[in-house]
Design a protein around this ligand. Structure first.
Ligand code: URA
Length: 241
C-alpha cells in the first residue's frame, strides 16, 4: 500500500498549482477529500481510490496520468501552437500544469484518437518505431481507391525524404472512397504522403485505433477520459518486447 502523503503535496502532484497555492485552496474551503470538506493541508492521506473535489469539480487521484482524447479538427498538438489553437487548451488546466504530452502528434486537420500522458517511459514506448504498434487511420479520398493503390500501399511506398519504403500493414476498403489503413511508423505526414505517392489524396483523416485500444464509441470530439489498468494492459500487449 502506498505511503500516506500530505494533502498539499497530493494537490501539487495533480497539477493544482504551487504547494503554497494548494495549501490556500484548502484554507479557502475549496477542497473536499472523498466527499468531506478538507481542513488541513498537512493531513496525510492514502492516495488509493482517492477522490478529490477541487473548486467544485471531482478529480480522481492518478499517480501518472494516461488519457484518451478525441481530437477535433483545427487544433495543433503542440504547447506552442502557431496557426491554430492548441489541443492542450481543451484539457483541464491541471493536466497542463503537470506536464502532460501528446503520445505522438496528429496534424491540425486530423481528427480522432490521441493518447496523452505525463509518463515519459510510456510515451517513449508508445512512439518508438521499434515497438511496432499499429495505428489505424480512416482515410476519406476525393478519388476512388483502386486495388492497385491498395497493393502499392501494402507492398511499400518510397517517400521523398527516405529511401527506405514504408508499408501499410493492413488495408480495409470501407467504401469506394474510404480506406482503413494500419501503419506502425509515425513519419511526418506519413499517411498523407503515402496516399499521394500512390496517386490519390487525403480529404479527411481520422485515427480510430492505437494498438489494441480503440476510440471509445461514446467519447465525443473534444472530450477526454482516463485510461485505467485494463486499457493500459491492452496497450502494453500491443508493444513488441
Ligand atoms: N499521417 C498523417 O499524414 N497525418 C497525421 O495526422 C497522422 C498520420
Amino acid at each position: 500500500m502506498a505511503k500516506p502523503i500530505s494533502l498539499e503535496k497530493i494537490l501539487f502532484s495533480q497539477g493544482f498549482g504551487t504547494r503554497r497555492y494548494c495549501s490556500d485552496l484548502v484554507y479557502a474551503d475549496l477542497v473536499k477529500v472523498n466527499g468531506e470538506l478538507a481542513q488541513d493541508p498537512e493531513e496525510r492521506l492514502s492516495t488509493e481510490g482517492l477522490i478529490l473535489n477541487v473548486e467544485g469539480r471531482d478529480w480522481e487521484f492518478h499517480e501518472k496520468a494516461y488519457i484518451a482524447f478525441n481530437k477535433p479538427p483545427d487544433y495543433e498538438c503542440s504547447h506552442k501552437a502557431t496557426h491554430h489553437p492548441s489541443v492542450y487548451g481543451l484539457l483541464p488546466r491541471p493536466f497542463v500544469e503537470r506536464g502532460l504530452q501528446c503520445v505522438g502528434r496528429l496534424d491540425y486537420d486530423t481528427t480522432g484518437l490521441l493518447l496523452i500522458s505525463d509518463d515519459g517511459q510510456f510515451i517513449h514506448k508508445m512512439t518508438s518505431p521499434k515497438k511496432n504498434i499499429g495505428k489505424v487511420y480512416e482515410i476519406a479520398t476525393p478519388e476512388p481507391i483502386t486495388q492497385k493503390q491498395i497493393d502499392h500501399l501494402l507492398n511499400g511506398v518510397v517517400l521523398d525524404d527516405d529511401p527506405k519504403p514504408c508499408f501499410a500493414t493492413a488495408c480495409r476498403q470501407l467504401d469506394e472512397r474510404k480506406l482503413a489503413m494500419t501503419i506502425v511508423e509515425g513519419r511526418y505526414h506519413q499517411v498523407k504522403r503515402m496516399m499521394a505517392a500512390v496517386g490519390n489524396h487525403v480529404a479527411k483523416l481520422h485515427r480510430t485505433e492505437i494498438g489494441q485500444y480503440s476510440m471509445p464509441g461514446d467519447l465525443a470530439q473534444g472530450e477526454w477520459r482516463w485510461l485505467y489498468p485494463d486499457d493500459l494492459l491492452r496497450l502494453a500487449k500491443s508493444v513488441d518486447a
